[in-house]
Design a protein around this ligand. Structure first.
Ligand SMILES: Nc1ncnc2c1ncn2[C@@H]1O[C@H](COP(=O)(O)OP(=O)(O)OP(=O)(O)O)[C@@H](O)[C@H]1O
Ligand SMILES: [Mg+2]
Length: 229
């Protein structure tokens, strides 16, 4: 049985802070009780933000389940971000490696209801994209919708933060769209779009339950994590 320290009781967590300007757009960080989706192009910072959330949750004493279908959870990068807290972060984090979309569902089913206060899936659409049948996308979309429903249930029952990242595709008008926009749109009540501009990156709030949408912050990825630009 998991015994929680008094300061980490069920109601003590409202959001997992990231430690840079995006927190203010989100009202404190990745909120609990819902799913937050962060999407953006390659190298825009999705994994760095996932790792920052993991480190900050673990530093505060919370358990984290990190689903890494892509193999981008690199210990060296975790060590740079966690610094002296590295051992604590590793001790608090359960790393899981989905090998297919169906396996990802199995893993999610096996962890929901357990005392994880942060769940990360980076990116949730890795196997989805590989397995999507363009002729009949229905079963693949349904599988993803099932995963989001389980994650949402966990977020509400366990007062947990759920962070899923998502890849994008070009819309041929010079812009981009997140994958599985509809399915993720129903599941994720908070959405952030990342971008790359010159020597910095941007994060724009697309959707939120209680914060003003449309605001943007600029940031830089550095050795110890992310700083404001
Ligand atoms: N120690 C570091 N110092 C500065 N920049 C770093 C450091 N470590 C990683 N980065 C930068 O982080 C960027 C990659 O960010 P990240 O992996 O979070 O992107 P991503 O959105 O997850 O990309 P992908 O879609 O490929 O998974 C790279 O441009 C890399 O240069
Ligand atoms: Mg990544």
């Amino acid at each position: 049985m998991q015994i929680w320290k008094p300061k980490t009781n069920l109601r003590a967590l409202n959001a997992v802070p990231l430690g840079f300007g995006l927190d203010s757009l989100l009202g404190g960080g990745i909120p609990t009780e819902t799913i937050t989706e962060i999407y953006g192009p390659p190298a825009s910072g999705k994994t760095n933000i996932s790792l920052l959330a993991t480190v900050n949750a673990a530093k505060a004493g919370f358990r984290v389940a990190y689903l890494d279908p892509e193999g981008s959870f690199h210990l060296k990068r975790v060590e740079q971000i966690a610094g002296e807290y590295f051992d604590q972060v590793i001790e608090k984090t359960t790393l899981l490696e989905p090998e297919s979309l169906a396996h990802q569902s199995q893993i999610i089913r096996s962890i929901i209801g357990k005392p994880f206060r942060l769940l990360v899936v980076d990116p949730i659409t890795y196997h989805y994209r590989l397995e999507l049948d363009r002729v009949d996308p229905f079963p693949t979309n349904q599988e993803l919708a099932k995963q989001l429903s389980m994650l949402s249930w966990h977020a509400r029952k366990k007062n947990a933060a759920v962070l899923v990242t998502n890849q994008i595709y070009s819309d041929f008008k010079g812009g981009y769209e997140p994958l599985a926009r509809e399915v993720l749109g129903y599941g994720a009540k908070v959405r952030v779009e990342l971008g790359i501009e010159g020597d910095h990156r941007t994060a724009k709030l697309i959707k939120h339950i209680s914060m003003k949408e449309g605001k943007m912050v600029k940031f830089k990825i550095v050795g110890r994590g992310i700083i404001d630009y």
